[in-house]
Design a protein around this ligand. Structure first.
Ligand code: ACM
Ligand code: ZN
Length: 548
């Protein structure tokens, strides 16, 4: 009897070993422009699969990235072989430009013996690599990889918008360089390309500036209240140790920028002015309108009192110095200068600010802010770069060359586009991923609001009142992750994921191909993939309306 059982087991084992793997159901995010499937053309990716690069030499950074990350994604050691054989994945930079693909598109063909990814640019090849991974993710991070079937497909793909962004606030709570890199990795997986790095705020200054060392010696640190919920912190006591915080050195910033560049992500640094400046005024109280004892903020406060004095010339010198050092570190052409929520009570009471308004012939405090923004813009332009600011930069009049980040609602985007200014969309109602994503009763405490996955997915970046000419001003969109209620990076991932998938599809996929049931059906596979990669996504999908 035992022998028969043994024989049967052996036969079953032989049968299962000889059985060909079958592909998992396709669940791509973002959905490509076009995809055709042919199940007779499945490709078996195994330890013998080779990689080949055409028109990309060994030093090419995208080639290097693909080779370095191949094992992490597919489980097997990369074997590069340039003579075409069977069982090979070819990455080809087109000799002749394919106009349909533009600067970021790619074509991916999976056939029985060959996978071919071709593109006009390295960015296109990089995105093709991400799609290939999503087609066959079974071995992600696997210790014991198995042969996997890649579904036979023909994909043509390119993005809808050029600005596909994700923001991270490292001020309210600080995250490490490795955590920022993990954030960049997940952005790359979903073909996002602008990392909005919110580096300065009331609760901490997070970037080394050589000319003003107190910004980080003083402004990066606050009393540690991380053991109590946000909003319940006691004020700092006289002499209490300031042990919570941190900042990125210039070398670390360079490391982050290089890490992002390898993933075809531009980093947009944000230096807040003139408001959200408690950390600055704690370090350099001479830049305030008054002699109030400013303190790196510990929790919520409203209205925010801290504002740089608009009538003090040394403030403008300070800001220009800071922007000069920042611009040296970030190669991307855009620099974000904040501009939001700058409450002007101090300016109304400040003789220097009032004198400045008179001297410049300005109508009011809003125009004083607009003047400061325009002065910084001139400095930024001198370096061949451009500014972007929150939509409050419209309030006192805006230069035609500033890009506006719309957050308070569609009206600001409409106003900016009507003026001909470029716009990045991130309205709170759809793009604030610090808002609840499921019934607040069941969720960790968040800042408020309600943006479940379906709501995030319903976002349309182009307001329907714009003419087709005005609509061209909409460069794209991004999600924002403010970290007041996010004490750890693990929790940042929980708030970000999988809502980042919704944003990614909004900014990449053609509008007419967006489809909630198809997208929602792909989410369990994406959540599983994210878990395989070591992320902490939310695993429930909130109802479209809170409490429904
Ligand atoms: C913002 O949310 N204050 C831009
Ligand atoms: Zn002042």
């Amino acid at each position: 009897m035992k022998k028969i059982f043994l024989l049967l087991s052996l036969a079953f084992l032989l049968y299962s070993c000889s059985e060909k793997p079958t592909p998992q159901k396709i669940a791509l995010v973002p959905e490509p422009v076009s995809i055709e499937q042919d199940s007779l053309k499945n490709f078996i990716l195994d330890k013998h699969t080779k990689l080949s690069f055409l028109n990309l030499d060994e030093q090419n950074p995208t080639r290097q990235h693909i080779v370095e990350n191949y094992k992490h994604y597919f489980g097997f050691e990369p074997k590069v072989q340039n003579s075409p054989v069977r069982n090979i994945i070819i990455f080809e930079l087109n000799d002749e430009k394919n106009d349909q693909l533009g600067d970021e598109g790619y074509q991916l063909t999976v056939d029985k013996k060959i996978i071919l990814i071709s593109a006009n640019t390295e960015a296109g090849l990089f995105y093709g690599f991400q799609t290939l991974f999503q087609l066959a993710p079974a071995n992600a991070n696997a210790e014991k990889p198995v042969a996997i079937a890649v579904p036979g497909v023909k994909i043509t793909d390119y993005p809808r918008f050029e600005w596909r962004g994700s923001h991270l606030d490292v001020c309210r709570h600080f995250f490490s360089i490795d955590e920022v890199k993990k954030h960049l990795d997940v952005m790359a997986l979903y073909k996002l390309n602008k990392f909005h790095f919110h580096l300065t705020d009331d609760h901490g200054w997070r970037i080394q500036i050589d000319k003003y060392p107190l910004l980080t010696e003083v402004g990066a640190w606050r009393v540690d209240r991380s053991d109590v919920p946000w909003g319940e912190a006691e004020e700092a006591k006289e002499g209490e140790e300031r042990s919570y915080g941190g900042y990125f050195t210039k070398d670390q910033i360079r490391e982050i920028v290089a890490y992002a560049a390898a993933r075809h992500i531009d980093v947009v640094p944000e230096i807040e002015m003139p408001g959200h400046s408690s950390a600055i005024l704690t370090a350099y109280p001479q830049f305030a309108c008054d002699d109030y004892p400013y303190c790196v903020a510990l929790g919520p406060y409203w209205p925010p009192k801290a504002i740089l004095c608009g009538g003090n010339d040394s403030v403008m010198v300070f800001l220009k110095d800071v922007f000069d050092e920042v611009m040296e570190l970030f190669p991307y052409e855009y620099v974000h200068l904040g501009g939001d929520e700058a409450y002007k009570d101090n300016w109304r009471a400040c003789p220097k600010c009032q004198q400045k308004i008179k001297d410049l012939g300005l109508a009011n405090e809003e125009e004083l802010q607009a003047w400061m923004v325009a002065e910084i813009e001139k400095e930024v332009n001198k370096h061949g770069k451009k500014i972007i600011g929150w939509d409050e930069i419209l309030d006192g009049g805006v230069t035609p060359t500033a890009t506006v980040q719309s957050w308070r609602g569609a009206e600001s985007a409409i106003k900016a586009a009507q003026l001909g200014n470029e716009v990045v969309m991130s309205p709170t109602d759809f793009c604030y991923f610090d808002y609840y994503q499921d019934d607040p009763e069941t969720q960790p405490k968040a800042i408020g609001g309600y943006v479940p996955l379906e709501k995030a997915y319903a976002f349309e970046p182009i307001p329907d009142t714009l003419t087709s000419e005005q609509a061209k001003c909409i460069k794209g969109a991004q999600c924002n992750l403010w970290s007041e209620f996010i004490f750890t990076y693990d929790h940042a991932e929980y708030m970000l994921l999988p809502r980042l998938c919704a944003l990614a599809e909004t900014v990449w996929t053609p509008k007419e191909r967006k489809d909630w049931p198809r997208f929602a059906a792909a989410i369990p596979a994406q959540v599983h993939l994210l878990q395989q990669l070591g992320y902490n996504p939310c695993t429930t999908i909130g109802k479209e309306k809170e409490g429904e």
